[in-house]
Design a binder for this molecule. Sequence first.
Ligand code: ZN
Ligand code: ZN
Length: 354
Amino acid sequence: MQLYNKLSAKERAELIEKAGKDRLTLSFYQYAKIENPQEFRDQLFLVWDKLDVLGRIYVASEGINGQLSLPAENFEAFKTHLDTIDFLKDIRLNIAVEQDNMSFLKLKVKVRKKIVADGLNDHTFDVTNKGIHVGADKFNQLIEDENTVLVDMRNHYESEIGHFKNAVTPDVDTFRESLDIIEDDLKEHKEDKNLVMYCTGGIRCEKASAYFKHKGFKNVYQLEGGIIEYTRQVKEENLENKFLGQNFVFDDRRAERISEDVIANCHQCGEPFDVHTNCANEACHLLFIQCPKCKEEMENCCSTACMEINRLPYEEQKVLRKGQGNSNDIFKKGRADHLPHKKDLRNINDFFTK
Ligand SMILES: [Zn+2]
Ligand SMILES: [Zn+2]
């Protein structure tokens, strides 16, 4: 299932028509101040339930984030309802290209503390005071500007296999970590540089741009709709593609190839390769990059230790795991000392000393 896909009005109309009585799958998000999330949630539920909407929607005092499906014939009524809500008027709806009538089976509208877990406890800043949204064309111009610092807001295992040319790619495991690193590295440049950022589908930059403005950055820009929307615009408008490699995605596909460049290495042998896999030892499950040759030699495992465990009968493996809790926690995603060829990422300090 693709979670983010912005279509032109024409493409959208075609999809709805093609769906006929079938269902459309779509997603959207918006940061906005919601005074009474419970009351807002109840209102949404009443209207959407009547429209036969199914899906998972999170409502918080900071906004709304939803993935849902609905009968194509109810799409206009749904859109009309969204337009009656101030902060959802003309919202970008990302309609999935691959439709699946079974994508959601229930309507769940939940009140949460946050619409995306971001690890931030700072309630003093206004999440709706965001950076300037730019489309692919403007983004391409901005990142050529020598006063621009281009920052990748994703985690290390995402930027390792693909990122924009000249981007700074903080070596972080979480979104929260990258905020402090970026602020600290750029503290001398809050006013004289353009801080331009991007992420997969745009939602992380919504929060980050508001955060950096709150911290005193003057020229904050974000790529509208993220890499996914950038790629679509580049194709549609025939623009130069400045993204190298693969876009990591959080579904079964793992990644979408955007350019033919292979910018990562097999973590075991160092040969150029950029497809992630999980260690076959279920107790390990480490996310790492493994080329086909190593995959065969190592029997889909990240280490000889994992290989030996993985060869044991399943029942024996279960006994071994007993009482160890979830040993996945031992490893951070895509990091382990026994994988020597993990690529170093490019931090902001490298950017200023280049
Ligand atoms: Zn290899
Ligand atoms: Zn392993």
